[in-house]
Design a binder for this molecule. Structure first.
Ligand SMILES: *[C@@H]1O[C@H](CO)[C@@H](O)[C@H](O)[C@H]1NC(C)=O
Ligand SMILES: *[C@@H]1O[C@H](CO)[C@@H](O)[C@H](O)[C@H]1NC(C)=O
Ligand SMILES: *[C@@H]1O[C@H](CO)[C@@H](O)[C@H](O)[C@H]1NC(C)=O
Ligand SMILES: *[C@@H]1O[C@H](CO)[C@@H](O)[C@H](O)[C@H]1NC(C)=O
Ligand SMILES: *[C@@H]1O[C@H](CO)[C@@H](O)[C@H](O)[C@H]1NC(C)=O
Ligand SMILES: *[C@@H]1O[C@H](CO)[C@@H](O)[C@H](O)[C@H]1NC(C)=O
Ligand SMILES: *[C@@H]1O[C@H](CO)[C@@H](O)[C@H](O)[C@H]1NC(C)=O
Ligand SMILES: *[C@@H]1O[C@H](CO)[C@@H](O)[C@H](O)[C@H]1NC(C)=O
Ligand SMILES: *[C@@H]1O[C@H](CO)[C@@H](O)[C@H](O)[C@H]1NC(C)=O
Length: 334
């Protein structure tokens, strides 16, 4: 023992304990803060992204209307109304995003078309309304396959994908969005009807050679609006070739589309009583073989080729009942 040094030793001891205590206090504070930060970070970086991703993954997308207008060989104008149903657990917004579209049968998942979508508030029901977006056709071959499905199928599907940034307060998360959307097609334009055949004879024949006018109704059971342009089809009844028909500046809207049909009937048929008799009969089954679609003087191959390939289409003239055949002389057309 070294008396005299004891107290100083005790004092040092005390000091060490005190310092230890202080260190521990800092240690626990830092531990506590880190633990809390870890939990918050865990929630922010681990839980919220998973919740956010899950709500995006479980979302349901319904396409209410798609309009394809101003078609050219490499560009279209696209409009879309869609509704997204999602469970949004927190208040959040999707930043601007670009929808990429590909066909589910395409193993390469090649994007053939994109659509820019503006900011969206995350809600249980989100309306997406895009109007008049000029869109490049990124892959013509696939776009034509898509167009063929629209024009000929009853049902088909399309995959939409994007990687939107989800903003939760000031936090931002990138989520993966990929949805197969079921769409209704034109179903082979089934159910076309033709009425009011009106013979234009003598000098009533139009300058372009139209010698028979008819009214037509083309049903479109899909939610697509498609601008087709001038449509030309060869027409026949069984093996009897009648000539060809033209529908000018055709746009098919959802529902029934009333059109005026300009028919160029082979002149040798025109004078025959047999032909007038046909125009008088009920439920005449007319075969339509679509030849061309022209808009602004240009053939639109992704419309023309599928329509040709899907031909023949059928139309029923005078459905249900036999009408009185109208006729118009020069000046008799009003
Ligand atoms: C979207 O909805 C609006 C309002 O109902 C309608 O006017 C528009 O034609 C729709 N667009 C498409 C592409 O269906
Ligand atoms: C947006 O689209 C929905 C259908 O998806 C439609 O009911 C609504 O009227 C559209 N709104 C506008 C402003 O076009
Ligand atoms: C979102 O898109 C709109 C329209 O394209 C644009 O005006 C706006 O600046 C964009 N916002 C951001 C954050 O990019
Ligand atoms: C997928 O991509 C490869 C390589 O680019 C190509 O050779 C192949 O033809 C593509 N397949 C289809 C189905 O498009
Ligand atoms: C399209 O699918 C729906 C639902 O699966 C079905 O009820 C409908 O008959 C189908 N339509 C055609 C034309 O195949
Ligand atoms: C025009 O056609 C109608 C109906 O076939 C016929 O009744 C009429 O005599 C024709 N007129 C002329 C000038 O050929
Ligand atoms: C063709 O149809 C479109 C859509 O219905 C219309 O906006 C346009 O004015 C029409 N053009 C002509 C030359 O009739
Ligand atoms: C019209 O004729 C075609 C070919 O014979 C046939 O497939 C189709 O069912 C007919 N349409 C009607 C409504 O009878
Ligand atoms: C449609 O195509 C066929 C075969 O190529 C041709 O014989 C016919 O003249 C064409 N019809 C029209 C109206 O161009």
């Amino acid at each position: 023992m070294y008396p005299g040094k004891g107290p100083s030793l005790d004092g040092r001891k005390h000091g060490v304990v005190k310092r230890n205590c202080t260190r521990r206090w800092w240690f626990w504070l830092i531990f506590f803060v880190i633990a809390n930060v870890a939990i918050v970070v865990g929630i922010v970086c681990g839980v919220i992204p998973i919740v956010a991703q899950n709500s995006v993954t479980n979302a349901i997308v319904r396409a209410d209307g798609i309009a394809i207008t101003n078609p050219s060989d490499d560009r279209i104008t696209l409009a879309m109304n869609a509704t997204v149903f999602a469970h949004a657990p927190v208040k959040a917004r999707f930043a601007n995003q670009t929808f990429e579209m590909y066909l589910p049968d395409d193993k390469n998942q090649t994007t053939f078309m994109t659509l820019d979508v503006g900011e969206l508030e995350a809600n249980p029901t989100m309306a997406i309304n895009v109007t008049g977006a000029d869109t490049n056709i990124l892959n013509k071959e696939i776009y034509q396959t898509f167009s063929k499905q629209v024009l000929s199928k009853g049902n088909f599907s399309l995959v939409i994908r994007s990687k939107p940034i989800l903003k939760v307060g000031s936090l931002q998360y990138r989520v993966n969005f990929e949805k197969t959307v079921q769409l209704k097609g034109f179903n082979g334009l089934r159910g076309i009807t033709i009425t009011n055949p009106t013979i234009l004879n003598g000098s009533a024949v139009m300058e372009d050679g139209t010698n028979l006018l008819t009214d037509g109704v083309i049903p479109n059971p899909s939610s697509f609006t498609m601008q087709i342009g001038d449509l030309t089809a060869d027409i026949s009844i069984d093996t009897l070739k009648l000539g060809f028909s033209v529908i000018k500046n055709l746009t098919l809207y959802p529902g029934d589309n009333a059109v005026k049909i300009y028919n160029h009937i082979n002149p040798e048929l025109m004078g025959l009583p047999m032909f007038s008799a046909i125009l008088d009969q009920p439920n005449v089954n007319i075969t339509l073989a679509i030849n061309s679609t022209i808009l602004n003087g240009q053939h639109i191959s992704w419309l023309e080729t599928p329509l040709r390939e899907a031909s023949p289409f059928y139309a029923i003239m005078n459905p249900g009942s036999a009408p009185a055949v109208g006729s118009a002389m020069a000046g008799g057309l009003s």
